[in-house]
Design a protein around this ligand. Structure first.
Ligand code: HSE
Length: 307
């Protein structure tokens, strides 16, 4: 018997919510098939047509699968087939979605009765395998769906943020090859120490964004999607971003921020937004920076599905 799980792409951080906030979107998804090959030995075999490493310890779907088997003391050989629909290295939660789909598929296959928070707890090990850090934001969004806040790290606790504002989602995706270790590099750029005034500024953004979503206040969402610390420190990795942001706000986007560790930009828009002009000007800007950008419009995504 083979179990199939599907997890959606996501945009982490959402302005000032570094490692806390994230939003799932329907734009892309990863599919994982899990099956028991044999019993008596504990092993995870990864199959994938993508260019990603199939060594389970370096694979986003492999590392959490090994952790699941070892936590439950299960001596099985498990085959995990990963079908990548989410482009990787572009800030779209690609590794997170593979990790989530892998754990969710095993949960069903092996009847483990894991809660959604348990799925997140295992899935962060996939992030760790790929980027060296077990950040929970992307995996939380791909697990729960919607817009989420990780409110505790140990133990992992996740809350869904009620969205009471009408908007759609667009992703400005540079078609570039960021190479392996992009997230690791991006995390090394984040300062270890910040001034209190910056902390206050970012806390203002974070609270405004969450209040804006729950109260349905467009202005608060726009103001809240800002970040003076992490986005700023990483700007050398996405020099095109300030210009894209400027274009989006000029044409009245609901909000704009870097998607995860970039280089994709997340744009929220509604019927006041002139998306056509944004599309035109953004693709021109990307060309000036020497690459092609794809603008994908989509909506907020659901949580992981298992069949
Ligand atoms: N919060 C993480 C970061 C997301 O910005 O490094 C990476 O996908």
């Amino acid at each position: 018997r083979s179990v199939r799980a599907i997890a959606f792409s996501s945009s982490a951080n959402l302005g000032a919510g570094y490692d806390i906030l994230s939003m799932a979107h329907m734009a892309f998804s990863d599919t994982v098939y899990a099956e028991i090959v044999s019993r008596g030995e504990r092993k995870v075999i990864i199959e994938s047509e993508s260019a990603l490493p199939v060594d389970p310890d370096r694979n986003a779907a492999g590392a959490p699968a090994k952790a699941v088997l070892s936590e439950f003391g299960l001596d099985y050989v498990i085959k995990i087939r990963v079908i990548k629909g989410i482009p990787f290295g572009l800030g779209l939660g690609s590794s997170g979605a593979s990790a989530v789909a892998s754990v969710a598929a095993l949960n069903k296959l092996l009847d483990l009765n894991l809660s959604l928070e348990d799925i997140v707890r295992f899935a962060v090990l996939g992030e760790k395998a790929v980027s060296g850090s077990p950040h929970p934001d992307n995996v939380a969004a791909s697990t729960f769906g919607g817009v989420v806040a990780v409110t505790s790290h140990n133990p992992i606790k996740v809350s869904k943020i009620p969205v009471n504002l009408d908007f759609r989602v667009a992703l400005v995706i540079p078609r570039v090859n960021t190479g392996e270790g992009k997230t690791k590099k991006a995390r090394e750029l984040v300062p270890q120490m910040i001034e209190i005034s910056k902390m206050v500024e970012n806390s203002r953004y974070l609270s405004s964004f969450i209040l804006g979503l729950t109260q349905g206040n467009r202005e608060l969402v726009k103001y809240g999607l800002n970040d003076s610390i992490v986005e700023k420190s990483r700007e050398p990795m996405y020099p095109h971003y300030p210009k894209i942001r400027e274009i989006a706000l000029k044409h009245d986007a609901v909000g704009v921020c870097v998607s995860g560790a970039g280089p994709t930009t997340l744009l929220l828009y509604d019927n006041k937004t002139d998306l056509e002009s944004i599309k035109r000007e953004v693709s021109h800007t990307c060309e000036q920076f020497g690459f092609i950008c794809q603008l994908v419009s989509t909506e907020i995504g659901g949580g992981v599905r298992v069949e």
